[in-house]
Design a protein around this ligand. Structure first.
Ligand code: ADP
Ligand code: MG
Length: 302
């Protein structure tokens, strides 16, 4: 059973009176007539979500960034979070560096640390984040004919991870890509701007195609992606062939860019239109108009 079948079969459908439960980037709870609370949880495990030799500062940044990104995907304003930290030993210096990375990002987004848990065991971190929204975005509202947009250059973080072993070489471009993996920049402001314009949104954590598939399934549509429109960064193309860069952009996760859909009349500054939603139930990738037979699955834990 895949990770997502497991979630669908075991955990979906028990949300009682929550406005939105399992299956989106965050759950939504109506608190007052015009305030909705968005809540989401994400975990990072040593050796699974980040290399064991990644700095404590980057781990601290990353655990909050991936959670802020889920708030961005809902168009919510992040407000507070809790941190559950499990670490193998009592290393104050390491923990201080982790907290520096975490709190610097918390300061930038004005989110408050309101609780958590500290335990001994294999290194893993869990953040639960709470945000506010009025009209939220979800994965559900895409319609055939809507354009598909991406909020930046996909593939850079996955490229950075591929180049991890070269990080001591102090090559500027390699460092730029590795930083995209270590210090993702969640698109919180963009998410809030999209409310009322985007019909569906998700953040790219597992891979562009894998996350687009979640939008397709939730919205009951298919999609067509034009390879020629994929905005591959010059940094990525300087380190990888075009074919490799495309594979990283479509299949690699970790970019934490927003992927969203909107009716064709809308334009979004600094974002790139890469395809269109269709009335089929599958995803086609087109190269100069020709359908490609691609096996791109994205990241799954099981
Ligand atoms: P994201 O990548 O946006 O963090 P996930 O792929 O981790 O989302 O999870 C997909 C959906 O399944 C989310 O709505 C999440 O809340 C839900 N989910 C995942 N694991 C569990 C679980 N163990 N119990 C209940 N819901 C879960
Ligand atoms: Mg998400």
């Amino acid at each position: 059973m895949s990770e997502f079948d497991l979630i669908e079969q075991l955990f979906q459908g028990h949300h009682r009176d929550a406005q939105l439960g399992v299956g989106d980037d965050a759950a939504l709870l109506s608190i007052t007539a015009d305030t909705t609370l968005a809540i989401s949880t994400d975990t990072l495990v040593d050796g699974v979500h980040f290399p064991s030799d990644m700095s404590a500062r980057a781990i601290g940044h990353r655990i909050l960034a991936v959670n802020l990104s889920d708030m961005a995907a809902m168009g919510a304003k992040p407000r507070w979070f809790t941190l559950a930290l499990t670490m193998p030993e009592h290393d104050v210096e390491w923990a201080r560096e982790l907290t520096d990375g975490l709190l610097q990002l918390a300061e930038r987004y004005e989110v408050g640390l309101i609780g958590g848990d500290t335990t001994r065991g294999p290194l893993s971190l869990t953040v639960t984040i709470l945000g506010e929204t009025q009209l939220a975005l979800s994965r559900q509202g895409a319609k055939p004919g809507d354009r598909i947009w991406i909020g930046g250059n996909p593939g850079d973080a996955a490229g950075g991870l591929e180049l991890w072993s070269q990080r001591q070489q102090r090559d500027q471009v390699v460092e730029t890509l590795i930083r995209r993996f270590e210090f993702p920049d969640p698109q919180v402001a963009l998410g809030q701007r999209l409310v009322g314009m985007a019909t569906a949104a998700i953040d790219v954590s597992d891979g562009l195609i894998a996350d687009l598939r979640h939008v397709c399934q939730s919205s009951g549509c298919g999609a067509e992606i034009n390879l020629d429109e994929l905005p591959l960064s010059a940094s990525l193309l300087s380190q990888f062939s075009e074919a490799q860069a495309r594979t990283l952009a479509l299949g690699g996760g970790d970019d934490y860019l927003l992927l969203f859909t909107a009716p064709p009349q809308h334009r979004f500054e600094d974002c790139f239109s890469i395809g269109v939603m269709t009335d089929t139930s599958d995803i086609q990738v087109l190269d100069s108009g020709q359908p490609l037979d691609l096996e791109i699955s994205g990241y799954e834990h099981f």
